[in-house]
Design a protein around this ligand. Structure first.
Ligand SMILES: [Cu+2]
Length: 113
């Protein structure tokens, strides 16, 4: 019983520390699915565990995901398209990316840990 309670408390602490690191209304999140819409990525900044994130196109205009910086070899950039999805496998570190059509106004950050 004590072990179970301790495990539960640890889980709550992890969740609490994660959400408290976000500024109020900053639009950050914890999702392995990032929406590509006109003209923004959601959520950003995004904080996830190492592994695969999937970008999912939801807007009506053409967009792409082009990596600017990150740890190790960057994933291949997505194609430019209006629908569909694109998976990227990420390692621990901070990634910066943007859409080359819309430039810095359509950019994002993913923190992987
Ligand atoms: Cu775009």
């Amino acid at each position: 019983m004590w072990v179970q309670l301790t495990g539960l408390a640890a889980g709550v602490l992890v969740l609490a520390s994660c959400s408290s690191s976000m500024s109020p209304g900053g639009g950050g999140g914890h999702s392995t699915t990032i929406t590509v819409s006109d003209n923004m990525f959601t959520p950003t900044p995004d904080t996830v565990n190492a592994g695969t994130v999937t970008f999912s196109w939801a807007g009506s205009n053409q967009h792409n995901v082009t990596w600017d910086s990150g740890p190790g070899t960057l994933p291949a950039n997505s194609t430019t398209k209006t629908s569909g999805s694109y998976p990227a496998t990420l390692q621990v570190g901070t990634y910066q990316y943007h859409c080359t059509i819309h430039g810095s106004v359509m950019s994002g950050t993913i923190v992987v840990h």
